[in-house]
Ligand binder design. Structure first.
Ligand code: PEP
Ligand code: MN
Length: 266
């Protein structure tokens, strides 16, 4: 039996309601021009929320680490220009103060799911928190991490399945869709799927987006970039605005068949 899902309100967007919410945007904010173009394409394709990394946690210390503080002003300006709520990853509790008035959802990345001091600090705010599953976390550990945020006072938690580490190397991670179905049955938290980090391959974003919705996901988080070849992070998995529009039209068709249409904003 599926439990009834808690609805999280972000401006006009509801996550966890009958309709599917779409979050899209580049892995990282690279410049005002790049973020504005990516955001415009995401909006045109039908995304409801914008994503863009200000602070990045990269495996390789020499990889692009995000623009950091200078990207806050870019984020603020693009969010305002497009009138779209913004999701961005927080990597350190000291960033709360600078981010809180600029972003609409704090993303906790896979590497920080076990960062309990960070989760507790986010629990003292009332901003929605998108909690990615650690690539090594059991479902139970993931749900307990969510409880850290909730028990600190913030019930606005959105879970995000983004793939776990297995022996398989053909894909960046292994998308665990049984976790999505399990969470829908055993938790009241909404759960979305990130097919971009789960597969690391742009050719698998469409089939895994469809499969995620069929498994019961309340939304999708998809990386896109106006010029993937020039992307400073995760270009191999980025799609463009046209790809996103095509994928969303197929998601919409599938959603109609199972009473999960894509959210329409008034
Ligand atoms: C991201 O969303 O850009 C990201 C770094 O995700 P994850 O924490 O899932 O690797
Ligand atoms: Mn990324």
């Amino acid at each position: 039996m599926t439990k009834s899902t808690r609805q999280i309100q972000i401006g006009q967007v509801t996550i966890g309601g009958p309709a599917i919410a779409i979050i899209a945007g580049p892995c990282s904010i690279e410049s005002e021009a790049q973020f504005l173009e990516a955001a415009s394409q995401a909006k045109k394709a039908g995304a409801h929320l914008l994503r863009g990394g200000i602070y990045k946690l990269r495996t390789h210390p020499q990889s692009f680490q995000g623009l950091g503080d200078p990207a806050l002003a870019i984020a603020e300006s693009v969010r305002k220009k497009l009138g779209m709520p913004l999701v961005s990853e927080i990597t350190d509790p000291r960033q709360i103060e600078g981010m809180i008035s600029i972003i609409d959802v704090f993303q906790v990345g896979t590497r920080n799911m076990y960062n309990y001091p960070l989760l507790k600090e986010l629990g003292k705010t009332s901003k929605p928190v998108l909690l990615k599953r650690s690539f090594s976390a059991s479902i139970e550990e993931w749900l307990l991490a969510a409880e850290y945020i909730e028990s600190s006072g913030n019930p606005n938690v959105i879970l995000c399945e983004r793939g776990i580490r297995t022996f398989e190397r053909a894909t960046r991670n292994t998308l665990d869709l049984s976790a999505v179905a399990f969470v829908k049955q055993h938790s009241t938290l909404p759960v979305i799927v990130d097919p971009s980090h789960a597969t690391g391959r742009r050719d698998l974003i469409e089939p895994m987006s469809l499969a995620a919705i069929a498994a019961g996901a309340d939304g999708l988080l998809i990386e896109m970039h106006p010029n993937a070849a020039a992307s400073l992070s995760d270009g191999h998995q980025a799609i463009d605005g046209e790809d996103l529009a095509r994928i969303l039209s197929r998601v919409e068709k599938l959603g109609q068949a199972i009473d999960r249409p894509i959210l329409r904003l008034a």
